[in-house]
Ligand binder design. Structure first.
Ligand SMILES: Nc1nc2c(ncn2[C@@H]2O[C@H](COP(=O)(O)OP(=O)(O)OP(=O)(O)O)[C@@H](O)[C@H]2O)c(=O)[nH]1
Length: 370
């Protein structure tokens, strides 16, 4: 699925940078364009991969390029007032080649959340492609302004988009009240980018040999995300046995005999183990998966390991776990892959406990009272 990405605020810009990094690492091409919009000049300057002419500094009259420091009401005003400027990076971009827009933001601050909602609204008015949000919740769970910014921005983003991928960063840091280092943010954002990138890269078939028995295409992803709401992503990646590097093995590949012989029981059990690991391990948004209205299972790896029977069986298992009969599946064959990965997308999940807890903090309750 080809996407045009916006990153708003510092966190949003960082997520888009990590997505671009993942795209490079995978040697694939699913990002048709990337832009960043921020009110803090230094955060835009720190970006490395988003092109300079696609970085928009706005709100300068109020902030002098220093950001809104958590004041989301002023951030929203500036984004609404300067909405034309925010969309300028799309002017010269090949928007027709994009299947969807992706707008990424961290929600606790004054710029990212409100700006993402304004951009998403404008994109929906102007274009037919779906608009997906990526919402990274604040790592702080005790600051009431952060909590109310997160809740308000999330509500706005859900109503302005076709679906929002939630990322509960606080569930991944040891101490939610300790300041988070840039290194930790990079690790968290790279983890999110790997999951989103696996989803978007699926179906971006590059050679005829890559065509799987059931490749995931953009419409499968769109159908899974149809209806709006909040989505969570589960993921498991494990190395595959190395390919035959003997002279005979390499010779065979040189003459086009690329078939890898794989033990079917091994491939089956890997897919089953990793699907359970993806769902039972850390979801980007820990939640009750029984509330999901739709799901998608994507298996990526060398073609010989993509066992169709195992993929169908695990699709059935996911249907049982979610109670949804709308679980799709597909594979993404990558002849050079050295790992097998399983991505699970669960869409339309009920608001997770984290949001209830943030509501209590926003309302002024002491989270330690319970
Ligand atoms: N995932 C991620 N989260 C971040 C990062 N930096 C900050 N955050 C979190 O995201 C929330 C928003 O912070 P920023 O993105 O810096 O804020 P902003 O949207 O630029 O808004 P202002 O600085 O208030 O103008 C904060 O509550 C932090 O917890 C980052 O690099 N990655």
């Amino acid at each position: 699925m080809n996407v045009f990405c916006f990153g708003t605020g510092k966190a949003g810009g960082n997520v888009v940078e990590q997505l671009l990094r993942y795209e490079r690492q995978l040697k694939t091409d699913f990002i048709v364009g990337a832009a960043a919009c921020d009110t803090t000049a230094a955060d835009l300057d720190a970006l490395e991969l988003i092109p300079e002419d696609a970085r928009v500094l706005f709100g300068t009259a109020e902030t002098n390029g220093k950001g809104f420091e958590g004041d989301a009401a002023r951030g929203a005003e500036a984004a609404k007032r300067e909405h034309r400027q925010l969309l300028e990076p799309t002017d010269s971009a090949p928007i027709a080649a994009s299947d969807a827009f992706v707008v990424c933001a961290g929600l606790g601050g004054g710029t990212g959340g409100p700006t993402a909602a304004v951009i998403a609204e404008r994109l929906s008015e102007l274009y037919d492609q779906p608009v997906y949000g990526v919402a990274s919740f604040s790592t702080s769970t005790t600051d009431s302004r952060c909590a109310s910014n997160t809740l308000r921005s999330l509500r706005q983003l859900v109503s302005a988009t076709d679906h929002v991928f939630g990322f509960d960063t606080a569930s991944r840091v040891k101490d939610e009240d300790e300041p988070v280092s840039e290194e930790t943010y990079d690790t968290l954002d790279a983890e999110l980018a790997r999951r989103l990138g696996t989803l978007f890269a699926a179906g971006e078939v590059t050679t005829a040999d890559d065509v799987g028995a059931s490749v995931v295409d953009a419409s499968e992803i769109m159908n899974t995300l149809r209806g709006g709401g909040l989505a969570t992503l589960g993921y498991s990646e494990r190395p595959l046995p190395a390919r035959d590097t003997s002279v005979v093995g390499r010779l065979k590949r040189l003459v086009g005999d690329d078939a890898e012989s794989v033990d079917q029981i091994d491939s089956q059990s890997r897919i089953t183990t990793q699907t359970r690991e993806a769902v039972r391990g850390q979801l980007t948004l820990p939640c009750d998966i029984g509330t999901a209205s739709r799901g998608l299972l994507v298996i990526t790896g060398r073609p010989a390991w993509l066992n169709r029977d195992a993929i169908s069986q695990n699709q059935g298992w996911l249907e049982d776990q979610t109670g949804s009969l709308e679980v799709r599946n597909g594979d993404d064959p990558r002849p050079d892959a050295d790992a097998l990965s399983v991505l699970v997308v669960l869409g339309g999940v009920a608001p997770p406990e984290r949001l209830t807890a943030l509501q209590a903090v926003a309302d002024g309750d002491d989270p330690n009272d319970a």
